[in-house]
Design a protein around this ligand. Sequence first.
Ligand code: HSE
Length: 437
Amino acid sequence: MNPVRVGLLGLGTVGGGTANVLSRNQEEIARRAGRGIVISHAAARETSFPDVDTSGMEIGTDAFAVVDQPEVDIIVELIGGYEPARELVLRAIANGKHVVTANKALIAKHGNEIFAAAREKGVMVAFEAAVAGGIPIIKALREGLAANRIEWAAGIINGTGNFILTEMRDKGRDFADVLAEAQRLGYAEADPTFDVEGIDAAHKLTIIASIAFGIPLQFEKAYTEGIGHITREDVAFAEELGYRIKHLGVTRRTEKGVELRVHPTLIPGRRLIANVDGVMNAVLVKGDAVGPTLYYGAGAGREPTASAVVADLVDVTRTLTTDPGNRVPHLAFQPDALSDLPVLPMEEVETACYLRMQVADRPGVMADVTRILGDEGISIEALLQKEPVGGASDVSVIMLTHRVVEGRMNESIKRIEALDTVTGQVTRIRMETLDSN
Ligand code: HSE
């Protein structure tokens, strides 16, 4: 049987990795897919490709020419970003080609439109590499856990952010220095604020939530908070209290709606996921039948991401002749069976919190703070006061609270910050126990 022909858009880090993995493992891949898979055409900005096996490829600069190439069966989109990726993918679909993409931004923001177009044309759009790099989390959620009612998922789904937090904790390195290294290693997004402000993680979490709960993709409703305000002191205080700070994406089904949030989070140090360090990613999923399951691996990088791209190519190749109605639905649930459960506004989400504040070292200050929390019905679980450093007149106070609705905590923080005995802003870091409930 003739090999399946692939048109590759982008021959950068992941594109080069995809070409090399396909070439190096071509025999095993053909044995799995039932026929060979070759990259016949590619579009790239670069003109030289050191360390990439480009044999047999016709390489040009025009991505639209590849998408319009009649010989190509599957388009692999590795350009990234919203545009022109959206236009290219929609044109590939209109041309009757299947699509494999690693583009989480594209799927999170335009996935509903893209999947509708793909359904109409009877083609597949596969996106395993869009979430957590090489970890087959889409496959696991969509197929492996299909028996379950998924209750929640929580993940470290941005390698760059996790790498930064880990290096800051272990080596006391500066934020900017670690970020520059992540960029050099090819982990960071083209715009690294997407990594550190949680936008990249929110793209991925949006996709996880849709597949977990069978809801349309709603990236614009995700709550996103970055790691820029986390200090080395917070990391050390958290450790002292038995916790680790991780930049977590959390999605949970509640009676009122779906939580969809990315923020720094204190998690108990004894959880396996608390020990996921460096550029590694992990996603913890709780299903009602299976209980908690944990998926761990490289969330970024050349060949780990290529591993997911090539797995999608094998999947698409295997199902080329399947009746479109019998394929696994893009968002795991049949398109006419998606739920309209709303995404909850952040003010309605309930979490426990870590609070750090600088207060004057005077009688009655703590009473003022605890009175405000008491007025708002917020119960304190632990309290830590540090002695003044070098004769300073104020001290750091750290509190862990019981679970509280976000709106109430916002109100309390506003009132605490208004006290003239409190200096600067209160740092609030949400907490998750990630136990099996
Ligand atoms: N910038 C992303 C990360 C790459 O650091 O995880 C993989 O999506």
